[in-house]
Ligand binder design. Structure first.
Ligand code: DLL
Length: 433
């Protein structure tokens, strides 16, 4: 096992907890004393820094949400002055004002260190050539991975998104061994390569994918890995945390969350009550060491579970499971909760359909309707209407069994649904609520 910083990554758990407690205590005192926003929040909640007497007491602190950032646009809750900031990233979001994240040079360093540990954990290092095909710019994916990859001594090819044919040529010419992008973009790259007569498996040195920024299932991972002949690692982060931060190790048994950087909790999305290790709920982070925008008990809206046991790789820090969906992109169809990831999961158990699909939610009278458009795989696409009818029936059955709601199914030609360079947008909600 290669580690970036064994002193931290393999630290005994009781020491890690002590370190977290010390960092939390310092953070809470700092924010209470110097930031009007955090001071008022804690006062309103009736909690004083002296009340934090153990790590578990973190749960006495009030939650934060994306709304706090939007309501204080652009930088009213920052805890560093403007001249201490060395960078901004901005995430667009679907409603209202964007959220702005500011970084001091210490914040950038911590972010890069987190990624250096993460990239090392999935077997990358000096000698690797990493193509960064996440968007560069206001989105955190491109620049984040860029500096993380440089920190471990790898060579970076900063392609950003788009111009896919050129990306494939560069991948061959520069001997790229790893690519960092969204899973949907990698699938698209694979398809474009095929059209160019290039096999990513046989004609390139590609062996690793650092894939994230959108929900994807374990089945999608297997498909990508088998089709392209690579190991596909799940990388997670949010702009409020800094950006992409945490990744799986080569054991692929969850995403390691560096405990000296973030304190992780899983809470019941409705009540906000803490859940036990292993239980599924909303992921909440307290970012322990950030200067410009420390977040206390930040509700990510992402659904997953926490595993605290030491990993087989030897790292002692907690892990989260694959993100199962978001609290807020959960579709409620006639009272039943449906996650797009469940639909993907079900579709990928059917070999005749491709990994490209679109979910259309509509309302007829008082009834919600769910339509899934899915591309038939090239091999299964046939002129025989009876074959297509039977595939359609299989898909409808499988979806009904998984979701417990009736789903309309439309099979479409391979290559006809939109492709994505960044995060995939698979849900079209036409309901006027
Ligand atoms: O997507 C940061 C990132 C960049 C992560 C590159 C990984 C790789 P935001 O734009 O703020 O930041 O979006 C954060 O994306 O709350 C999740 O809902 C989703 N997300 C991120 N990674 C994963 C993942 C970046 N591995 C939001 N699996 C998060 C599922 C993910 N969802």
């Amino acid at each position: 096992m290669r580690t970036w910083d064994p002193r931290i990554e393999e630290m005994p758990q009781d020491e890690l907890k002590k370190l977290q407690y010390r960092l939390l205590k310092t953070l809470v005192y700092r924010l209470y004393s110097f930031s009007p926003f955090y001071h008022d929040r804690m006062r309103d909640e009736g909690v004083h820094p002296d009340d934090i007497k153990s790590l578990e007491d973190a749960r006495k602190l009030p939650f934060m949400t994306k709304r706090d950032l939007r309501d204080n646009y652009p930088d009213r809750i920052f805890t560093a002055s403007r001249d201490e900031l060395v960078r901004y990233h901005v995430s667009s979001g679907t409603t209202g004002k964007p959220t702005v994240v500011g970084y001091t040079s210490h914040d950038l360093d911590l972010w890069t260190t987190s990624l250096a540990r993460s990239l090392t954990a999935c077997g990358l290092g000096r000698g690797d050539v990493i193509q960064v095909s996440y968007g560069y710019g206001l989105f955190t994916g491109g620049l984040g991975l860029h500096y993380g990859a440089e920190r471990i001594g790898a060579t970076v090819v900063p392609t950003s998104v788009g111009n896919t044919e050129r990306q494939i040529e560069l991948m061959q010419d520069l001997g790229v061994t790893a690519i960092a992008c969204t899973p949907s973009y990698l699938i698209h790259i694979g398809e474009v390569a095929e059209k160019m007569g290039v096999s990513l498996r046989n004609d390139t040195d590609l062996r690793v994918g650092i894939l994230g920024a959108e929900p994807w299932s374990a089945q999608m991972r297997d498909r990508i890995a088998n089709q392209l002949g690579i190991r596909a690692y799940d990388i997670y982060g949010t702009s409020e945390l800094s950006g992409p931060m945490f990744c799986e190790c080569s054991e692929q048994q969850g995403i390691h969350i560096w405990g000296d950087i973030a304190l992780t909790e899983i809470v019941d999305p409705d009540s906000g009550e803490p859940l036990e290790s292993g239980e599924k709920g909303e992921l909440v982070f307290t970012i322990l060491q950030k200067e410009a925008l420390p977040m206390i008990r930040y509700r990510t809206g992402d659904i997953t579970s926490l595993e605290v046991a030491t990993c087989a790789c030897g790292r002692t820090h907690p892990r989260i499971g694959r993100i199962q969906g978001r609290v807020d992109d959960m579709l409620i169809i006639r009272g039943i909760n449906v996650f797009p990831s469940q639909i993907e999961h079900a579709l990928l158990t059917i070999p005749e359909v491709g990994q490209h699909f679109q979910i259309v939610v509509d309302r007829k009278g008082a009834l919600d309707t769910l339509l899934v458009r899915v591309e038939v795989g090239r091999d299964a696409f046939s002129d025989k209407i009876t074959d297509l009818m039977s595939i359609k029936e299989t898909v409808a059955h499988r979806l009904k069994n998984t979701l417990n709601v009736n789903v309309g199914v439309e099979l479409v030609e391979p290559g006809s649904l939109p492709r994505f360079e960044g995060k995939a947008k698979r849900v079209i909600d036409r309901r006027v609520l």
